[in-house]
Design a protein around this ligand. Structure first.
Ligand code: C5P
Length: 253
């Protein structure tokens, strides 16, 4: 049998050539990294959960008209996606202070922000993904002013959708990161949400207890990461509510 072509391998995912032009197969690994890959581990079950959660969020976004790369889930670890030209920026939206914003601004974690704040970081592991301004982005040609306006608008729509979804299951969406890609319809480009949306790329806190249900559990050694992600999936109805053991999640089709 012919081996499919690997296009790219990242820290948490592998991209393979898709069955049709303009498509890719996105494979979710169990690998977790933090602090620019200085900390690494393999966490059994993480890839399966993120595949299913990213499907759930992207399908919801499609339902409210937010364009994204998701086509369909293929199996436990793989989904078919549209191939995009990734804009080399991480788009971060913050509702409450945490992580690098708290460090940079001296704000206590959990401080409510006056409004959602959108930040851009350059996707460059060697440089540690530095924060960049709109001036840098347009001057260096990573994106145009129109792209920036479209990216902010997409990011804020994702924020409203994700915040509401999480609020309904007792979770506070503190912040998250998305990546955005270009697709071409003849000479016209459109920007769509790409990569993944999962607890790897969000900060999710239980509203009542403040318990962290995201990748900070791994970054800060706060317990079992798969248990945290399973709890998010269970609350959202992505996993059956009687799941107690996290290592082999049962998926609902
Ligand atoms: O570390 P920082 O506070 O800037 O992260 C903000 C948000 O972006 C967090 O939800 C974090 O999980 C996410 N993020 C990410 N990938 C990165 C950097 C941040 O998913 N490379």
């Amino acid at each position: 049998m012919a081996r499919r072509k690997k296009i790219y391998e990242g820290k948490a995912k592998i991209m393979y050539e898709g069955p049709e032009p303009g498509t890719l197969v996105q494979y979710f690994k169990d690998d977790a990294t933090a602090f620019n890959a200085e900390k690494r581990a393999t966490i059994e079950g993480k890839g399966v959960l993120n595949n299913r959660l990213s499907e759930f969020f992207m399908k919801g976004l499609t339902q409210i008209g937010v364009p994204n790369h998701f086509i369909k889930r293929i199996n436990m670890r793989e989904q078919l996606i549209r191939s995009v030209e990734i804009i080399p920026l991480e788009v971060i939206v913050r509702n409450f202070a945490a992580g690098s914003l708290s460090t940079r601004m001296g704000l206590a974690e959990g401080t409510a922000l006056p409004r959602p704040i959108v930040e851009f970081c350059l996707k460059d592991d060697k440089l540690g993904d530095p924060l960049v301004s709109e001036e840098h982005i347009t001057a260096f040609g990573w994106a145009t002013q129109q792209d920036l306006d479209d990216m902010v608008s997409l990011a804020l729509r994702v924020n409203d959708f994700m915040s509401g979804l999480m609020l309904a299951v007792g979770i506070k969406l503190v912040d998250f990161k998305i990546e955005i890609g270009r697709i071409w319809d003849n000479d016209f480009q459109r920007l769509i949400v790409a990569d993944e949306i999962s607890p790897d790329s969000c900060r999710l806190w239980d509203i009542e207890t403040g318990q962290k249900l995201d990748k900070d559990v791994f970054r800060r050694d706060l317990g079992n990461l798969t248990d945290a992600y399973t709890e998010v999936a269970r609350r959202l109805g992505v996993l059956p509510s009687n799941v107690t053991h996290a290592t082999k999640p049962t998926l609902i089709n």
